[in-house]
Write a protein that binds this ligand. Structure first.
Ligand SMILES: Cc1ncc(COP(=O)(O)O)c(C=O)c1O
Length: 382
């Protein structure tokens, strides 16, 4: 039997692993560090939780099914996942990356991976000619976010994958913003999909996690070696929380998106708002590509206001919406990328992208949209 996407969020594509026989509907939390062996030379298949844990394996099964991969690896955070991914490379290797990227990822590339001998070129990956021109003999991968964080630029995943294949490069796509509910990069030619599960997957602003999903056994095998050796695997209880979060991914994403359309529309009509960036807006530059490669646009909006004073007033005066730096949860959050998520992005990149003192980013929650708008209205206009 093949299941629809909202069913896969709850059950995966097939049956869960038969590790216990109580009939428990909720998958048990195997809160154990080690497993007893029946005798010398025999194992239950479980030795030590850094290597194997049934609860972690269950959330990995669901994620592999949702992203159409052969394997999914669950990490303690999104950054731990990205760090493990970089272990696929050696000193001297070069990676091309989207310039409008989550600030923590840029910090890792510039301060950890460069120190270890990798080099990075940042460019606008919606510009295919610029990508092709930047590829050199030692270029091993292209790393993209689409839509980007925070400016919501859209990159054509399939077109970039064709360039990557032509030059024997790997293609990595951070799919945190749209989730597998709205976009499946592996189907479009990506080799590995990355998630901060801290965001929409878990969905309740209360747990950290990350995933790497691939559709190639050889990459999965190398990543399994990295996770087992470096030990950044997701803990059993957090695996269970993310497993539970994903069960409601479909209804949450629909509601995040419904609300985001209403709020983007309202923001566009405000005198003090000078530019609204939401991938689903009719005037968005990447709309035709989004329609081709995604099933939706998600719940993230960025906007410029008329002055630094207005930005600060909004952040001080919001009452229902929290001034905080994450995204993807039930609660609406508003972020100041300049001093929060993108504080460590080099100034020239920030300026070129418009990440300045008048830019705000909003993760639209699933509260009643009229309440969110009323809160924005009193914060912006009163
Ligand atoms: C797009 C994106 N990727 C990766 C990360 C890193 O994830 P984590 O905070 O779970 O380490 C974030 C965090 O904000 C993010 O927004």
């Amino acid at each position: 039997m093949s299941y629809e996407l909202d069913t896969v969020c709850i059950h995966g594509k097939g049956k869960r692993k038969d590790v216990e026989n109580t009939g428990s509907i909720s998958f048990p939390i195997y809160q154990t560090a080690a497993y007893a062996h029946p005798e010398v030379g025999r194992s239950t298949g479980y030795d030590y939780t850094r290597l194997q844990n049934p609860t972690r394996e269950e959330v990995e099964r669901i994620m592999a099914d949702l992203e159409h991969g052969v394997d999914a690896l669950a990490f303690s955070t999104g950054m731990a996942a990205i760090n493990a991914l970089m272990e696929l490379f050696s000193p001297g290797d070069h990676i091309i990356s989207t310039d409008d990227l989550y600030g923590g990822t840029i910090r890792q590339f510039n301060f950890i991976n460069e120190k270890n001998g990798l080099t990075f070129t940042y460019l606008d990956t919606s510009d295919l000619e610029a990508i092709e021109a930047a590829i050199g003999e030692n270029t091993k991968a292209i790393y993209i976010e689409t839509p980007t964080n925070p400016m919501m630029q859209v990159t054509d995943i399939q077109a970039v994958s064709e360039i990557a294949k032509k030059h024997s490069c790997l293609l990595f796509v951070d799919n945190t913003f749209l989730t597998p509910y709205y976009q499946n990069p592996l189907d479009l030619g990506a080799d590995v999909v990355i998630h901060s599960a801290t965001k929409y997957l878990e969905g309740h602003n209360d747990t950290l996690g990350g995933f790497l999903i691939t559709n190639q056994d050889s990459i999965a095998e190398r990543l399994r070696f990295v996770i087992k050796t470096t030990g950044a695997g997701l803990a059993p209880f957090d695996s269970w929380l993310i497993l539970r979060g994903i069960k409601t991914l479909s209804v949450r994403m629909e509601k995040h998106q419904q609300n985001a359309f209403l709020i983007a529309d309202w923001l566009e009509k405000q005198d003090k708002v000078k530019g609204v960036y939401y991938a689903g807006l009719p005037g968005h530059k990447g709309l035709a590509i989004s329609k081709k490669q995604s099933r939706g646009y998600g719940g993230m909006i960025s906007f410029h206001v008329d002055s630094k004073e207005t930005a600060e007033k909004i952040l001080k005066n919001v009452k229902l919406i929290y001034f905080a730096e994450s995204l993807g949860g039930t609660e609406s959050l508003i972020t100041y990328p300049l001093t929060q998520t993108h504080a460590e992005v080099p100034e020239e990149i920030r300026k070129a992208k418009g990440i300045d003192e008048t830019l705000l980013r909003m993760s639209v929650g699933i509260e009643n949209p009229e309440d969110i708008i009323a809160d924005l209205d009193q914060a912006i206009n009163k």
